[in-house]
Design a protein around this ligand. Structure first.
Ligand code: BTN
Length: 329
């Protein structure tokens, strides 16, 4: 685990104009030696960043790259009760928050990383987390509620992602129960919510969000453990996207939604859910342990459980499970 160094940040800012940069000139601009520049280039390459180099001319980024800027994000969140930390690499942003106690439990702790070496998905899956391309964000907050009162919370996080994207001008994004974020049938973001009881009436909630931003989509499909189509914001919009702006909007939205959830519970979100429910009315197949059930999705109930009408027409409720769309759905 390592914080993003100022010189690495500046080096990438300089290289991101797409031009060829002489190593000596980069050293002068950064106030470091040519050898130090070379070391940083080597590190970026080890992280998977493609940098062309020619002896005579210098270094050139093969693709646009801009890193997370902690100070910029913190400045944008100046009036919010938020603490933000950005790492160059971390095992998992969720795990970082799990093992690092809160400095002040009234604050919304946020951890972002350029890459995760052990990114985790739902149901024990791996989450592909290449350097500098996507959002890997976890936030932690403490809520004065028993775990049993937190039904619906993991769905709220999906709604926050949709609302943040809407703020950024990106429409038609849907949530596939419980909290996969989809665009035109392809997965854009995934959410891992982990809740721990501190005491009877105090719960620690960690919400981890992985959003595909600039990653080449084929790269993701190569790694997915389940057959599912994947997309990214860059793919949807046809251009490179600034992760700093996305992170700020997402953090503000998450904070406001967890505050609303704390005050009013899931009831405050049902209309928002109905507007973006990807599964509603679709023929689905639900995997529960070893058992596979077929039926039609019928929205969610007052606790955020999936309403499901099985093939005999019987209505059933599910609090967990893996859903896939039936071929004719
Ligand atoms: C899923 O769809 O399976 C959930 C994926 C959640 C990935 C995010 S990335 C940030 C946070 N850290 C992790 O290790 N996982 C979550």
């Amino acid at each position: 685990m390592k914080k993003i160094s100022q010189s690495l940040l500046k080096l990438v800012l300089l290289l991101n104009d797409g031009a060829i940069h002489d190593g000596d000139a980069l050293g002068v601009s950064l106030g470091v030696s040519r050898a130090a520049v070379w070391k940083m280039i080597k590190k970026l390459r080890e992280y998977g960043v493609v940098i062309h180099s020619t002896k005579a001319k210098g270094y050139q980024l093969a693709e646009p790259l801009s890193l997370l800027q902690e100070d910029k994000i913190v400045q944008e969140l100046y009036h919010q009760p938020v603490r933000v930390v950005c790492f160059e690499n971390v095992t998992s942003t969720n795990d970082y928050l799990k093992v690092h106690p809160a400095y002040d439990k009234r604050l919304f702790d946020v951890c972002l990383a350029e890459m995760q070496t052990a990114g985790r998905g739902r149901l024990g899956r791996h989450w592909v987390s290449p350097f500098g391309q996507n959002i890997y964000l976890s936030c932690r907050y403490y809520v004065e509620k028993d775990i049993s009162e937190l039904g619906g919370l993991s769905l709220v996080a999906g709604l926050s992602v949709v609302a943040a994207l809407t703020t950024l001008g990106i429409r038609d994004v849907r949530v596939k129960w419980p909290n996969d974020v989809f665009y035109q049938g392809q997965k854009l973001a995934g959410i891992l919510v982990e809740v721990r009881a501190e005491t009877h009436m105090l719960s620690e909630v960690i919400i981890g969000i992985g959003m595909n931003v600039n990653m080449e989509v084929n790269a993701a499909s190569q790694f997915t453990e389940i057959a599912q189509y994947v997309t990214s914001l860059a793919e949807m919009q046809g251009h490179y996207c600034d992760r700093n702006e996305i992170a700020v909007v997402l953090i503000k939205q998450l904070l406001s939604d967890v505050q609303l959830f704390t005050a009013e519970g899931w009831a405050a979100f049902t209309t928002r859910w109905d507007n973006v429910d990807y599964l509603n009315g679709k023929s689905i197949s639900l995997l529960q342990g070893e058992k596979r059930l077929s039926g039609v999705a019928r929205g969610v109930n007052e606790n955020g459980y999936l309403l499901f009408q099985d093939q005999e027409g019987v209505s059933r409720l599910f609090s967990s499970g893996e859903v896939s769309i039936a071929k004719d759905g």
